[in-house]
Design a protein around this ligand. Sequence first.
Ligand code: IVH
Length: 693
Amino acid sequence: MTTPVAQIVDAAAYAQAVEDVVAAAAAYYTDGTSPLDDDAYDQLVRGIAVWEDAHPDQVLPHSPTGKVAGGAVEGDVPHTVAMLSLDNVFSPEQFTAWTASLTRRIGREAARFSVEAKLDGLAVAARYTQGRLTRLITRGDGIAGEDVSHAIGTLEGLPEKLDQPVTVEVRGEVLMTTAQFEHANEVRTAHGGQPFANPRGASAGTLRAKERAYTVPMTFFGYGLLPLPDTDTELAERLDGLAHSELMALAARLGVHTAAATAVPTVTATTVDEVLERVREIAALRAELPFGIDGIVIKADLAADQRAAGSGSRAPRWAIAYKLPAVEKITRLVAVEWNVGRTGIIAPRGVLEPVQIEGATITYATLHNPADITRRDLRLGDHVMVHRAGDVIPRIEAPVAHLRTGDEQPIVFPEMCPRCGSAIDTSQERWRCEQGRNCHLVASLSYAAGRDQLDIEGLGATRVIQLVEAGLVADLADLFALTREQLLTLERMGETSTDNLLAALATARTQPLSRVLCALGVRGTGRSMSRRIARHFATMDNIRVADAEALQQVEGIGPEKAPSIVTEIAELTELIDRLAAAGVNMTEPGATPPAAAIDDPAAPADTPDDRPLAGMAVVVTGAMTGPLESLSRNQMNELIELAGGKSSSSVSKKTSLVVAGEGAGSKRDKAETLGIRLAAPDEFALLVADYLP
Ligand code: IVH
């Protein structure tokens, strides 16, 4: 794995980078907000280190390198023993190199390693006096921290009383599990607060907040146990001699929740390979864990090995963090789509400015439901923290509220089902189309009745809903079986409307095959593809006997699409039979079937195409007038194809003719520049007169 480094080109860029990192670290360690995600922060810090290596005489005094918490925070309660940070490795090679340097330092190989989860929260020291929890201190700058004793009693896993009356300090990480984070944001927003962007920020903000009207629980995971100045000598000596794994076992016996006893149990390993094996195992577990981890901590287990390795001013030399790739990135929410599922559930989905997480490009993230959007106070244009681990569907954790510019727009909730137009049942958190499972039916019937398909006048979504609700129609063929009597039973259906609808259905029966095919809604066959298929095969029977190979003769159908069309047509057998039996036309006027499709060796070979637009690519632009005035764009395209041409929406060198009506703009200009033939609507109407509807 490579470790990306921000490129710093000169002293000014260096000074800016130092300022940015210090500001981000201050925000991160104080209230859990930060304008940078972890990757962006790490890259900048590495860039600073690279620049400082090359310009050691120009290092700024407030540079974050070599300092705990980037030098951003201070506290007023001194630590009895410095609370250090950890150095990082990012790959097996770097880890192997680290063990080699450790071996050199100790003068022998470390006897064994303890391998545990690196919990993604913030470090605290918990002081127990004779078994009573008396003080809680943040890490601060490592030398002194802030007193956060007000949080005592809100940290699961950190008892107020130990099982033995000992004086010790327990060190560990405070974090919010996924469930605690969700609960915290619910409570916080219910109190009018902004939701936290992620669990880490939530625990930092919560731990430091005093005098809040509410408390939200967090969890403590211990990873260190040490004597305090008041600890009795015998115990202090004993603790000093214990291996890390033994200390953790002791902490657990005292009643403290330790990192060792989580869903990622700590193991001890003796070889590099064993450690790396465990690193892989933990990395694989990560997506399923109920709390966030950002790596694995590997520690020389024996006290003697630790002592021999020693510590630097920022980090111990006997331990290392093997960082896992960040699973959270900040990006922007550009749109919200509303998709209707099979059961009618209307689910929002966030469209993101694409962002790379763990090597995958993320463009969508789930948003649960409208209540959740409101709770999180999400807005379009917001910077959002996106979380994706393993193959789990990416989710938006929350907006990064302090990055708001004021240009963010509210997310508009649908007022009608976006699929079928029915009312929405909003009584539950998950909104549902009132048609439930019938939603799909209403949508597909409305589509089939639409202007570009069967063009059944008087059959809009409202009427379709009425027919479905009355139980009169359960599929497309049922429409053509409707009787006058049945229609008259419906509300708001008088004699005239009934007769009009029956007449519209009679006309629909005569529509060309291309429109019938389109109305069936076979995936991958929209309007123009349906026309191509219909023209190619001429009859529905020919389409039904065509195999994938035969379908690939149609332009635009490749080896992937062909089999799925074959399967869907086969699934529609019964429906197509019933439509044909109801008198629906199943042929394409003017089309001649291909020789192969009719499976007749004596069939004549294709005759040359003598239609006026044969072989031509035609683009229509501007408003049509004269005989073409009433034609929709789709009907114009149908006309072009009937006359042997291919319709296209953009002008290129391949275009043969541009039909330019009133108000034609850039397409006309482009045609002129490219020297492409232009025709006015009237002129074009004459050219295709034989094919006009
Ligand atoms: S040991 C002297 N163990 O990671 C050893 N730290 O990036 C110092 N952390 O400051 C820490 N899980 O806040 C240790 N299992 C674990 C940890 C852990 C998370 C945090 C801790 C530390 C930071 C360094």
